[in-house]
Design a protein around this ligand. Structure first.
Ligand SMILES: *[C@@H]1O[C@H](CO)[C@@H](O)[C@H](O)[C@H]1NC(C)=O
Ligand SMILES: *[C@@H]1O[C@H](CO)[C@@H](O)[C@H](O)[C@H]1NC(C)=O
Ligand SMILES: *[C@@H]1O[C@H](CO)[C@@H](O)[C@H](O)[C@H]1NC(C)=O
Length: 415
């Protein structure tokens, strides 16, 4: 009797210990999973997309046989220049190209002439451009054309660490964006070229008083700091040893764009997430507020921004309801990183315009990089690492569409 009872009691005790331990174990595991899921729905989607990359890579390794007349025409026109004696006629033509479907005409034989004029026309007036948060000059070129000058802050191989929106404007990102828009067949960026200007000889003699007030000599170099949210006297742009500052000249199309808040805006606060970053079904709520056409435009924009890694499009401009690609200076920060969340509009909505998809497919097999490599000045502007990164990101876009397909969700729209 007695040993039997002892066995029973010890069994009971063991059972209790077992129950407590397993309970504890499962609670620990479950709560860990739950908090991970809560914290990272976005990153599990992104993981799934990255898992697709090696599975689909072979589908996109080969060059498609296409008649790429569009890009060939664009590149041909970029490089052919005739010098216009009367600049105002040339500017007038460039302005006539602007419509809701394009900011420039890549079929125009005068495209190269306009770019050449942007690079070389005499500066007849120089002022501060107070729009935006970073140093910009508003220059007037002979023939009365206003352009924006965004100066170079970093060498082109500088790697910007930190969040996707870190650092100052990269002027070469503005120029790559212009080239990319042409290659993608979406001429929605303003015309942009690289130009070197002498502050002392070209700007100071024609500068407004308020600009002159921000120009001073440091050691023997002439420097400028402008007027803007981040502009500081201690942090100017200075002429190099040849007396020049380099930057991007951006054609000012002189139309009033409407400025809209992006539904995929970031919070810009460390540790604080926006709704789109925590809610898998976010696209549903966007669909209630925006037309399909607008949504497809924003998805096109996210594809464009992902290729150059511009993660700073907190607002976007529209012209007659079309989304325009202005302000592309926050791309090309770090060629070793792909911020997948720039693609959130694509992977959350799983919609893509058919002609965008066709064009992206056509650019497979290394064609995108090849086209970029023959663009004017490209070797002064963009490192091989950045070009390879653009190519790698194209593959990630294919993988994202594949991810949507496996969820039976991809919707190709003709809108
Ligand atoms: C594009 O196609 C047109 C018509 O077929 C042709 O005349 C033109 O030369 C082509 N352009 C280029 C740059 O190949
Ligand atoms: C350029 O052409 C415009 C008319 O398009 C004319 O008004 C202007 O005087 C011309 N400028 C020069 C410098 O010839
Ligand atoms: C673009 O340029 C081409 C070639 O000159 C011309 O045929 C076409 O009409 C232009 N389109 C626009 C919208 O200016």
């Amino acid at each position: 009797m007695i040993p039997k009872r002892r066995v029973l009691i010890s069994t009971l005790i063991l059972l209790v210990i077992f129950v407590i331990l397993t309970n504890y174990y499962f609670m620990a595991i479950l709560s860990r999973n739950e908090s991970e899921v809560r914290k990272f729905t976005k990153s599990t989607i992104e993981e799934k997309i990255l898992q697709k990359v090696p599975l689909i890579a072979h589908n996109y390794r080969n060059r498609r046989i296409i008649n790429d007349n569009l890009t060939d025409t664009f590149i041909h026109n970029l490089k052919s220049t005739t010098v216009f004696k009367n600049k105002s006629n040339l500017w007038k033509e460039a302005k006539s190209w602007v419509s809701k479907t394009q900011l420039y005409n890549y079929s125009s034989p005068h495209l190269g002439s306009v770019l050449f004029a942007l690079k070389s026309a005499k500066i007849i007036k120089a002022d501060i451009d107070i729009r935006g948060t970073q140093l910009k000059l508003l220059l007037t070129l002979e023939g009365n054309q206003n352009v924006i000058f965004k100066p170079k802050w970093y060498p082109i191989d500088k790697i910007i660490e930190g969040p996707v929106y870190a650092g100052k404007d990269r002027y070469f990102s503005e120029i790559l964006a212009f080239y990319l828009s042409g290659i993608l067949g979406k001429p929605l960026t303003p015309l942009t070229v690289e130009r070197k200007v002498s502050l002392k000889n070209e700007i100071v003699p024609v500068a407004t008083t308020r600009l002159l007030n921000t120009i001073y000599k440091r050691r023997s170099a002439t420097c400028v700091y402008g007027k803007c949210f981040y502009c500081k006297r201690e942090d100017p742009v200075c002429e190099n040893e040849n007396g020049m500052i380099t930057g991007a000249i951006i054609f000012n199309v002189d139309v009033d764009f409407k400025v809209n808040r992006s539904p995929w805006q970031r919070t810009y606060k460390k540790g604080k997430k926006a709704v789109w970053e925590t809610n898998d079904d976010y696209c549903k709520s966007v669909k209630l507020k925006l037309s399909s056409r607008r949504l497809l435009n924003l998805i096109d924009t996210s594809v464009f921004d992902f290729l150059i890694q511009n993660g700073d499009r907190h607002h976007y401009e529209t012209l007659d309801d079309s989304v325009i690609l202005m302000d592309n200076g926050k791309g090309l920060g770090n060629p070793n990183i792909d911020h997948l969340d720039i693609l959130a509009p694509l992977y959350q909505c799983c919609m893509l315009r058919s002609n965008t998809w066709e064009r992206l497919e056509q650019l497979s097999g290394g064609l995108l990089k090849e086209k970029l490599k023959v663009m004017p000045d490209i070797n002064n502007l963009v490192t091989e690492e950045h070009l390879n990164a653009v190519e790698r990101r194209l593959l990630i876009i294919y993988a994202t569409v594949e991810y949507c397909r496996t969820r039976n969700k991809i919707e190709h729209s003709m809108l």
